[in-house]
Write a protein that binds this ligand. Structure first.
Ligand SMILES: Cc1ncc(COP(=O)(O)OP(=O)(O)O)c(N)n1
Ligand SMILES: Cc1ncsc1CCOP(=O)(O)O
Length: 186
């Protein structure tokens, strides 16, 4: 899964970027016989225009409103940093996925709630699963700690710098995935 996240582009430029990512993901997905999901961060209108999925934060458009705009088929992700926020997401009943983080403090995003840590990630994941919500972890995750994150039972990891800041993004993605998958609980 790829997320298109940019805080600076104007709406037209963002739509153009997301369109390019969508089209490349389709082409590469077809070549490999699998679907590569593309999710848009924050910009619900862009997602609607391009038929993509959306991730929203606590201060963004509420998930219930996103659901009304994008329909039943869309994948909707919401950020959570603690149990109170997760209970809010569960009560709202519109999210498919929660992005739990930051697991550790990260230079990539500094305007965050306090770091979640591995213990709380495990308990938030358990609660999300009880509610039928997929739980992915984000923030400070790298090849060095992906195995510890996997051991919490969460469903996936999301990274920015570990891939986008790598000299060899494809190899970094491959190793991250391997490290996560090999250390998931049975
Ligand atoms: C999978 C995932 N989880 C959390 C976030 C953070 O989203 P948000 O809280 O909206 O913060 P910004 O990304 O907008 O800075 C995410 N993007 N993806
Ligand atoms: C978008 C976001 N939300 C919580 S932490 C974060 C940034 C993650 O970046 P990195 O993988 O470089 O720590």
């Amino acid at each position: 899964m790829i997320q298109v996240r940019d805080k600076d582009l104007d709406d037209d430029a963002f739509v153009e970027l997301a369109r390019q990512v969508r089209d490349v993901a389709r082409e590469v997905g077809e070549q490999h016989g699998r679907e590569i999901t593309v999710i848009v961060n924050d910009r619900v209108e862009a997602a609607r225009e391009l038929g993509l999925d959306v991730h929203v934060g606590q201060g963004d458009m509420p998930a219930s409103q996103v659901r009304e705009l994008l329909g039943a088929e869309a994948i909707i992700g919401v950020s959570v940093s603690n149990a109170e926020q997760l209970e809010g997401v569960i009560a709202e009943g519109s999210a498919d996925v929660v992005g739990i983080g930051p697991i550790w403090n990260t230079a990539t995003k500094t305007d965050t709630d306090p770091a979640v840590g591995l213990e709380q990630l495990a308990s938030l994941t358990t609660r999300a699963h009880e509610a039928g919500i997929v739980a992915v972890a984000i923030g400070g995750i790298s090849i060095r700690n992906a195995s510890e994150v996997a051991a919490t039972g969460c469903d996936g990891i999301c990274v920015v710098s570990a891939i986008a800041g790598s000299e060899d993004p494809a190899t970094s993605a491959t190793f991250l995935r391997r490290e996560f998958v090999m250390n998931q609980p049975l």
